[in-house]
Design a protein around this ligand. Structure first.
Ligand code: SAH
Ligand code: SF4
Length: 443
């Protein structure tokens, strides 16, 4: 979401004459987009600000955006008084005005301290220009905020109440992206499957997107298990453009920890959802987030998480040590887990997840997989892309000209080797580069 937000901030500033620079050193204005989800991410902001101050020439404006700005606006101005502007995630459409205000304030008094961390009544989406396309794959935010209040999480406080963009606005943006050459759209939201901008929810939106000509791949992230409705599960069996990969975080495999987290579902409910998804889409690959060391987590609770992972067999997953967030209920719970216990549990959990990820990747050796090439690789003539299941795939083309030709297209690739984080393959001889992913899926 922050990648998308950063791009939209650049879009908003473009009409003002601002263009992106390669390095911060070349910039007149640096906007640091920040994340508040764990303490480490939030603390990094201050070290990064110190680095910026030391390396910047006098006169460079420094702005802080994102959730740290939202949560710690005054604190940022206190700890880093050289920051000119603090802007929360709901006010990005006001950036040109805010920057102009900061410039004027500086001209007047030598320094500026502009802060906008409101939750405005108007929606920023109605005031931002169309997203600029850069490559065949694009993000599209359809939902923001969260009303679920998991005990450990700051999102409901930093991103505010749940909000869904109207279905017509989303369809227009999607159509525009496809007209500009996009063939893969990832729908974004903190709780994307709680989307209610369409009467039929996210399922309805996906069905409507599936008739856009030229849109080959649809994905959505991040989902909450409680919002995986039967209709949304059914869409996974119905819409071939919906890729067979789902990030569905459970956080813990223990019912008592799930209850303390206020997740409002048990491990069994989650496993039933996975069974239902696999019934309609047997090749679906699964991913999750896990938190180890949530307050109150016993060895038995942790074992339940390990057992759940063994049961599901994930294609990949993200895992974190529980991090105390100010103002959240879990930060006040008295049975906090010692740091060493968290570290040991995280190491064991990640070893199991890495093993599963490697096994998942190894299964593809010998198969022909449609890969959407979206980047040039680091090596000469190399291109990089994603499989339907989100695996990174690297291919070295015979010539530079071939690499250019396949860039931005979906091409069947013969997988020759698999590693923990990527696959390598060769162009499947005899198949035209123009063949689309749907054609190859049919084949
Ligand atoms: N809405 C999504 C998650 C969004 S936050 C969901 O409900 O699953 C992204 C991830 O950050 C979470 O899934 C969780 O694993 C992690 N996270 C959030 N708060 C955390 C905290 N206090 N400590 C450690 N990890 C946390
Ligand atoms: Fe945070 Fe996700 Fe829970 Fe909302 S549902 S509070 S975003 S973890």
């Amino acid at each position: 979401m922050n990648v998308y937000d950063s791009a939209r901030m650049a879009d908003v500033m473009a009409p003002e004459g601002y263009v992106s620079t390669e390095t911060a050193d070349d910039a007149d204005l640096v906007i640091l987009n920040t994340c508040h989800i764990r303490e480490k991410a939030a603390e990094k902001v201050y070290s990064e600000l110190g680095r910026l101050r030391d390396s910047e020439e006098d006169g460079t404006m420094i702005a802080v955006a994102g959730c740290v700005a939202q949560a710690e606006g005054d604190e940022i101005m206190r700890r880093a008084p050289y920051v000119d502007l603090v802007v929360g995630p709901q006010s990005y459409h006001r950036l040109p005005k805010l920057v102009a205000g900061a410039v004027a304030e500086r001209d007047r008094s030598g320094r500026s301290r502009v802060i906008d961390t409101d939750f405005p009544a108007e929606s920023k989406f109605d005031f931002m220009p169309a997203a600029q396309v850069s490559g065949p794959s694009a993000f599209l935010t359809i939902q923001e905020g969260c009303d679920k209040f998991c005990a450990f999480c700051v999102v409901p406080y930093t991103r505010g109440a749940e909000f869904s963009r109207p279905v017509d606005a989303v369809l227009n943006e999607a159509q525009q992206l496809v007209s500009d050459g996009v063939i893969e759209i990832t729908l974004l939201g903190q709780n994307v499957n709680a989307y209610h901008g369409d009467d039929d929810g996210l399922a309805g939106l996906i069905r409507k997107l599936s008739v856009i000509n030229g849109l080959e791949r649809i994905r959505y992230t991040t989902s909450h298990p409680r919002d995986m409705t039967p209709d949304l599960i059914a869409v996974h069996g119905e819409v071939p453009q919906l890729m067979p990969y789902l990030h569905l975080p459970i956080q813990s495999g223990s019912d008592s920890i799930l209850a303390r987290m206020n997740r409002k579902h048990g491990a069994d409910d989650y496993l039933k959802t996975i069974d239902a998804l696999r019934a309609v889409r047997p090749d679906i690959a699964l991913s999750s987030d896990f938190i180890v060391g949530h307050p109150g987590e016993t060895d038995a609770d942790f074992d339940a998480t390990m057992a759940l992972i063994k049961n599901v067999e994930y294609a990949q997953a993200y895992s974190f040590k529980y991090s105390k967030r100010p103002g959240t209920p879990a930060s006040d719970m008295d049975d906090q887990i010692p740091e060493e216990v968290k570290s040991d549990r995280l190491a064991a959990l990640q070893a199991l997840l890495n093993e599963q990820q490697l096994a998942f990747n190894k299964q593809t050796i010998g198969a022909a997989i449609p890969v959407l090439f979206e980047r040039r690789g680091k090596l000469p003539n190399q291109i990089a892309g994603r499989s339907p299941c989100m695996q990174a795939v690297h291919v070295t083309c015979p010539t530079e000209e071939a690499a250019d030709r396949y860039f931005g297209k979906t091409v069947p690739i013969h997988i020759t080797d698999a590693f923990a984080n990527s696959l390598t393959g060769t162009l499947d001889d005899g198949v035209a580069a123009e063949s689309t992913q749907r054609e190859s899926a049919r084949a």
